[in-house]
Design a protein around this ligand. Structure first.
Ligand code: ATP
Ligand code: MG
Length: 454
């Protein structure tokens, strides 16, 4: 295979070789290159020690930042490009199953490749010659689309409990199979997997969601026990039956919804919302008198549980708020009988900025009934109605009211909690009848409401 590398990368490499140092492209970049993909990150491995990398690059006006100095990694900025440069290393003991106790620098690239997780990730490209170093036949596994541990899978998983999750992540990201021994080594490694920090698990889950077929990873997780360990709330959705339009149990339904979001290129927020939108169902499902399963107010329960799960996984507050808001609002049942007031209340509840997302979430949900491209006419009609209503008026939040808190204080309403209460009441009035949104009318309504409740 002919390999072409970026001329700037070659120049980068020559800075090392001119100083008598070896330099290799390693990791995902080599894998992606062998798969014919464009490479995005430059991960380099060298025999130069981090301080040597520093002095070599400062001498040619480069910048060196000690981003991961504990692991022997520095970031080099040179000619408008950046690269992560790590000194060859082997890893010694992993007494906690989370991270190596200490780093030992190595002299040869082959020793550095030994510590890597999968054969496809343990290939190096010597620069500037573009010579492949592939001691574990990773290129062959890439061709056969196989994920296989470097060395003995059980030992490698017990060294670092994140590796099983990485294996299933790569399966969905690349569409590869996990080799039998590698897959079979996951269940016995679960106690080690349980020690991994939630931050590292989150990073992998983000990559699973960003992949073309997230369900592939989640189903592997289910079979191997990883789902029960990290996303137990999702694991218990297996076998929770639904009736009516649904053809699938709650777990398959959620996975289909999530795959649909991925296929459509929706945001990470939507992909997560699709995955979790029915997570509360196992908790609230009841058989009614006629023997039909009901899931009364499952969206509220699902929103609450989404918060708990995403908090545990250390997602940002903004992400958690967005996902749980969408999950909590996903159960609207639009019909053409909805009055304008009903449409306005829907907009106020969902909030204008989330409207497109809530339609998309509903599309994912609807797809999850059957796994086939469904009829979206109902959502499209709601979207048209919403547009009409939005054209007619724009008062959907307290900020849109023709008066504010100070106006209320000026007519004698006590500052504090009461102001918020009166403003919310006024918003309800305006959602019912937008014609009331004038200063005089609202002050009048506020005055009589205040008298009534005081
Ligand atoms: P991506 O395209 O998602 O970045 P990647 O293969 O580059 O995939 P990274 O997490 O960026 O994955 O890691 C870079 C390289 O470091 C991997 O290709 C692998 O060789 C090595 N590596 C990363 N994490 C581990 C780990 N937990 N155990 C062993 N080797 C690892
Ligand atoms: Mg990478």
């Amino acid at each position: 295979m002919r390999i072409n590398t970026d001329p700037v990368l070659k120049e980068f490499a020559s800075v090392f070789t001119n100083n008598g140092k070896q330099i290799f492209l390693v990791g995902g970049a080599v894998r992606d290159m062998l798969m014919g993909k464009k490479i995005h990150d430059w991960d380099l491995a060298t025999d130069a020690l981090p301080y040597e990398v520093g002095s070599i690059f400062r001498a040619v006006n480069g910048k060196v930042i000690p981003t991961g100095i504990k692991h022997g990694t520095v970031t080099v900025l040179y000619k408008n490009h950046s690269a992560e440069v790590t000194t060859f290393r082997t890893e010694s003991e992993y007494s906690d199953g989370r991270r190596p106790d200490k780093i030992n620098y190595a002299l040869k690239i082959e020793d550095d490749l030994c510590r890597r997780d999968f054969t496809m990730n343990a290939i190096a490209l010597r620069l500037p010659e573009n010579e492949i170093v592939d001691p574990f036949c990773g290129a062959k596994d890439i061709k056969k689309k196989i994920i296989r541990c470097v060395g003995k899978a059980d030992e490698r998983f017990n060294e670092d409990g994140l590796r099983p999750l990485r294996a299933v992540r790569f399966a969905s990201q690349l569409g590869f199979e996990i080799e039998k021994n590698t897959l079979n080594a996951i269940p016995p490694a679960l106690p080690t997997c349980a020690k991994v920090s939630w931050e590292r698990i989150r990073d992998e889950i983000e990559k699973i969601l960003a992949s073309p077929l997230p369900s592939c990873a989640f189903l592997h997780m289910e079979k191997t026990g990883l789902l029960k360990l990290y996303l137990q709330e999702l694991a218990v959705c297996r076998g929770v039956e639904q009736k009516g339009f649904h053809q699938f149990d709650v777990l398959d339904h959620c996975l289909l919804a999530c795959d649909y979001a991925a296929q459509k290129g929706y945001s990470q927020i939507l992909r997560m919302a699709a995955l979790l939108h029915d997570i509360g169902k196992p908790d609230v499902h009841r058989l009614d008198e006629s023997g039909v399963w009901t899931f009364y107010r499952h969206e509220e329960k699902s929103a609450k549980m989404s918060r708990i799960i995403l908090n545990r996984l250390r997602f940002s507050n903004a992400f958690i708020d967005s996902v749980s808001h969408l999950v909590g609002e996903h159960m609207f049942l639009y019909t053409d009988e909805w009055s304008d007031t009903a449409v306005r209340r829907f907009i106020a509840r969902v909030e204008e900025k989330n409207l497109e997302d809530i339609y998309d979430l509903r599309r994912c949900d609807t797809y999850g009934f059957s796994g086939k491209e469904p009829d979206f006419r109902c959502i499209n009609r709601l979207s048209d109605r919403v547009k009409e209503v939005l054209e007619k008026n724009r008062a959907f939040t307290i900020k849109d009211l023709a008066i504010n808190g100070n106006d209320l204080i000026s007519i004698g309403i006590k500052n504090g909690k009461m102001i918020g209460m009166v403003l919310r009441e006024l918003l309800e009035t305006v959602l019912d009848d937008p014609a009331q949104n004038t200063k005089e009318k609202l002050l009048e309504i506020a005055g009589s409401y205040y008298q009534k409740i005081n």
